[in-house]
Design a protein around this ligand. Structure first.
Ligand code: EPU
Length: 418
């Protein structure tokens, strides 16, 4: 197992190119299952989760060619409709094939994803929604077995806005007969990016970016060429790194409009943030002010940035109250940050009280969640000594060339292959 080592104490300066978004690329690559012909995707990040979804698409019979950040997928010949346990357990987002397979082949057998480190993460919204569209759903031996004589548009209401739930149902509804209305739909930029890609294929979708999405089913779609949007969470992670190390970083190829929540909060901590076109510059200030954070569905503050901001608050001036409202167990980084000297108390209701300390110190650490692991790298950047981050597997799921990007900015960071 690889390890990442970070020697703390350096200020980060320079420019970094933000990669394509993992969580936009996953559903968009899957949407190629809806069409005959070759779809071309640019700016696809080179990540473990992307490899996992491509492996699944290939297992279903799609032909895939990758060159650099461009991926071509031709799903004309797919006949297989089963996503096996072995593939789904590697990545929960594999559930995204359910909607397209039902729409295209009228059948799908997808392993139930099960829980993960950050929470139980049920898929009831996906299943109830598919049933509302006319699918028969049975759960057998750990698999979702779904079939239909033909999907039919319907009204679907989400109890909580669900990102992949909205995406899955959108992909099922684009080829359904009639009109589907998704209410209390997710409004994340990644959901909008998928809707844009589906529209480019010829789907009729209205209300994208609002909580009411209306989809008029069409009989067929055409292949598309599209570019994956920048990864707002990777960008946010580098923005926090600049503030944390009192550095000065310019992030290129990002989309400031997707990060207003992150930029707003970062400015309140005292960092100087300016945007120009697709670039964001973050200049750290001598002092980091404490702020409170509550994670919420977009346009609220993203749960995927909670762990990184907690590191910033760990060395801030004062007390910060951080509330996690999306996932029930997304504080797995807390115990590791405490081992590094952070003063954090967990209280009822998924709230962390973070009392800023003067400095933290290096330790061997690990976390079994992607964003928690990223927060440990950030902590390593300011800790006294050399932090050893284990279970790098999780980082590789969602951050492209993380140690290269940080070292080009001046961090002392390296990987030990294991
Ligand atoms: N929920 C249900 N039932 C469902 C679906 C969701 O109760 O059927 C609940 C969840 O348990 C959670 C809430 O609804 O409390 C929202 O979850 P959501 O469905 O939006 O999460 P997701 O689609 O599984 C995506 C991202 C996550 C990100 C969340 C929240 C992808 C592939 N994953 O997950 O990204 O944290 O939205 O924004 O898009 C990550 O990249 O590290 C990551 C975990």
């Amino acid at each position: 197992m690889d390890k990442i080592m970070v020697e703390g104490g350096r200020s980060l300066n320079g420019e970094v190119r933000i990669s394509g978004s993992k969580n936009a690329a996953l559903p968009i690559l899957v949407s190629s299952l809806l069409v005959d012909g070759t779809c071309t995707f640019h700016n696809v990040p080179d990540l473990r989760d992307i490899k996992s979804i491509l492996m699944l698409l290939s297992d279903l019979g799609a032909k895939i060619e990758s060159q650099g950040t461009t991926v071509q997928i031709n799903a004309s010949g797919i006949t297989k409709y089963e996503a096996s346990y072995d593939l789904v357990r590697k990545m929960r987002a594999s559930i995204l094939v359910l909607g397209p397979l039902l729409a295209r082949l009228k059948k799908a057998k997808v392993s139930l994803p099960g829980g993960c480190a950050i929470g139980e993460r049920p898929v009831n919204f996906h299943l109830n929604g598919m049933a509302r569209l006319g699918a028969d759903i049975e759960l057998k031996h750990g698999y979702i077995e779904a079939s239909t004589n033909g999907l039919k548009g319907n009204e679907i209401y989400f109890d909580i806005p669900s990102v992949t739930g909205t995406e899955n149902l959108m992909m099922a509804a684009v080829l359904a007969d009639g009109t589907t209305v998704l209410r209390n739909a997710a409004r994340e930029p990644e959901v909008c990016a998928l809707a844009d890609a589906l529209s480019m294929m010829g789907a009729k979708i209205e209300g994208v970016g609002t909580s009411k999405i209306t989809i008029e089913g069409v009989t067929s779609l055409q292949p598309l060429t599209c570019t994956i949007i920048p990864d707002r969470i990777e960008a946010g992670t580098f923005m926090v790194a600049a503030a944390l190390t009192h550095g000065d970083i310019i992030l290129n190829n990002c989309e400031p409009a997707h990060m207003e929540n992150i930029i707003h909060k970062l400015k309140l901590t005292g960092a100087h943030v300016t945007t120009e076109g697709n670039a964001v510059r973050v200049q750290g200030n001598g002092i980091i002010e404490s702020i409170d954070i509550k994670t919420l569905p977009f346009p609220g503050f993203p749960t995927d940035m909670q762990a990184q901001f907690m590191v910033l608050m760990s060395v801030a001036n004062g007390l910060s109250v951080i509330s996690e409202t999306i996932f029930e167990n997304r504080f797995i980084h807390v115990s590791e940050l405490k081992r590094m000297g952070a003063d954090i108390t967990l209280s009822a209701g998924n709230v962390a009280l973070v009392k800023g300390v003067k400095g933290i110190s290096a330790a061997p650490v690990m976390a079994s969640d992607l964003r928690a692991s990223a927060s440990l790298v950030l902590a390593g950047l300011v800790a006294k000594g050399t932090t050893e981050i284990n279970r790098v597997y999780h980082l590789d799921r969602g951050y492209e060339l993380i140690e290269d990007k940080f070292s080009k900015l001046g961090a002392s960071i390296w990987r030990i292959k294991g």
